[in-house]
Design a protein around this ligand. Structure first.
Ligand code: GLN
Length: 431
């Protein structure tokens, strides 16, 4: 007690878990830094990958119906609502050439992210290695380390500078490098096709080589295919689970958010053999118990009605037009970019954009890759936001990623045209 009768208390510090020190969990995530709330209100938001349009009316109507019915306002079965599991079976079964068992081969999850997290929880022992192609979707890293795993990075080699108009297919895998990275501790490999952020659609030949290694070394394959409905230019989306011998060791990941313009719904699913889904269900049940119910009903309606409405065919055409309209801005500007064969992302090479070193950058982008500052500068001066690609690289490889910035073109055409016009003002900063 001091003279005035006030007790001198030490500041309260409850130590947090050491696992937060791994997997970059304590660094501010890129989505928060480049959140619309931190940017000027008139900035056109081509950063985080979400749409500036609503899901189709016939799907939101199904959500409303569900909210106005007693059952779907309450818990669902941890496996997912029977209607959605049936819809997944009907929709994906033919694509996977299987009569899927809704009880043991399908699991509905709170977004693809939680599904993948649960796979790691179910399968990783401390020190198990998980191979991921770099750049990698940033959530993989903490999801692996929180579960005791060790990420191992295999580069997608960027297109060489003498390719004048690279496509995502020019980002290549060195299969000797991949083989050399496999150790007795390698447990899993993550495949992401179409790939975020590169837009690469893995070819059948590439997937066959990955599959051969997975068989040789008895690896579990997590195939993140959340952009499966966005494969352009008549390219083929190959599901690695359909290659000979691969069903038994593959879990395929899907997402209502990407398929139906509903990224905030957090409804995703896993499909695979019972030997993978059952342990993952055990983990998922104890993490979330179940996924939100009404929006599972809506996602079910989406999958049920999509074929008759030719919904995915129409949506794909719309996205291909969005892509073509938007990349035209880069052609006019004369900057190098990777034409994506899939997803709604496009990478621009930002190494030619010159910005003043003494620009008033916020602390959040200092001490990160150059691309963080490039994105900030472009958002402030040009009025279009994007995402720095070094966030999708491990710390040792930031120097590769910091050459690129990622724009999302899941926006209406007017916004994309306006963004394209604004980007022409970058010309004066190009060297
Ligand atoms: N998948 C989205 C993207 O890459 C973002 C998901 C997230 O914010 N974690 O833009």
């Amino acid at each position: 007690m001091n003279r005035r009768g006030i007790i001198n208390r030490k500041p309260v510090v409850i130590p947090f878990s050491s696992r937060l020190r791994e997997g970059r969990a304590l660094a501010q995530d890129v989505w928060s830094i480049f959140n619309a709330a931190n940017l000027p209100p008139d900035c056109l938001n081509l950063g985080q990958g979400y749409m500036n349009f609503a899901p189709p009316k016939w799907i939101t109507a199904a959500a409303e119906d569900a909210l106005n019915t007693v059952g779907p306002n309450h818990y669902s079965h941890p496996k997912g609502r029977p209607r959605l599991r049936n819809a997944i079976k009907q929709f994906y079964g033919p694509q996977l050439n299987r009569d899927l068992d809704v009880e043991s081969e399908i699991l509905v999850t709170s977004g693809a992210n939680e599904g993948q997290y649960s796979v790691f929880t179910a399968f990783l022992e401390h020190g198990d290695e998980v191979i991921m192609f770099e750049p990698f979707f940033d959530q993989y890293l903490p999801s692996v380390t929180f579960n005791g795993g060790k990420p191992v990075y295999i580069p997608l080699h960027p297109p060489s500078h003498d390719i004048p108009k690279p496509t995502s297919n020019d980002w290549t895998i060195d299969f000797e490098e991949l083989r050399a990275a496999i150790t007795p501790r390698t447990k899993m490999i993550i495949v992401n096709t179409p790939h975020n952020p590169v837009g690469k659609v893995f070819t059948r030949a590439e997937l066959e080589k990955i599959a051969a290694l997975a068989e040789e070394f008895n690896l579990l394959v997590m195939s993140d295919e959340v952009y499966d409905c966005l494969v352009f230019d008549n390219k083929e989306h190959v599901r690695i689970a359909t290659l000979p011998g691969m069903w038994e060791r593959t879990v395929t990941v899907g997402s209502a958010g990407k398929s139906f313009a509903a990224t905030g719904w957090r409804v995703g699913w896993l499909i695979g053999p019972a030997s993978i889904i059952t342990p993952t269900l055990a983990a998922s049940t104890r993490i979330i118990f179940c996924t939100n119910s009404p929006l599972q009903e809506a996602a079910a309606a989406g999958l049920e009605q999509a074929p008759l409405r030719r919904f995915f065919e129409t949506q794909l055409k719309e996205y291909q037009e969005r892509r073509d309209v938007f990349v035209n801005a880069f052609d006019r500007l004369g900057v190098t970019y990777t034409l994506p064969e899939g997803t709604y992302f496009v990478l621009m090479d930002s190494s030619s954009v010159k910005f003043p070193d003494d620009y008033p950058f916020p602390k959040s982008v200092l001490g990160r890759g150059r691309d963080f500052r490039a994105c900030w500068f472009i958002a402030m001066e040009i009025g279009v936001s994007s995402i720095p690609v070094s966030e999708f690289y491990c710390e040792e490889h930031v120097s590769i990623g910091e050459n690129y910035i990622r724009f999302s073109f899941c926006k209406d055409l007017d916004t994309l045209r306006a963004a394209g016009e604004r980007l022409q003002n970058l010309k004066k900063y190009l060297v």
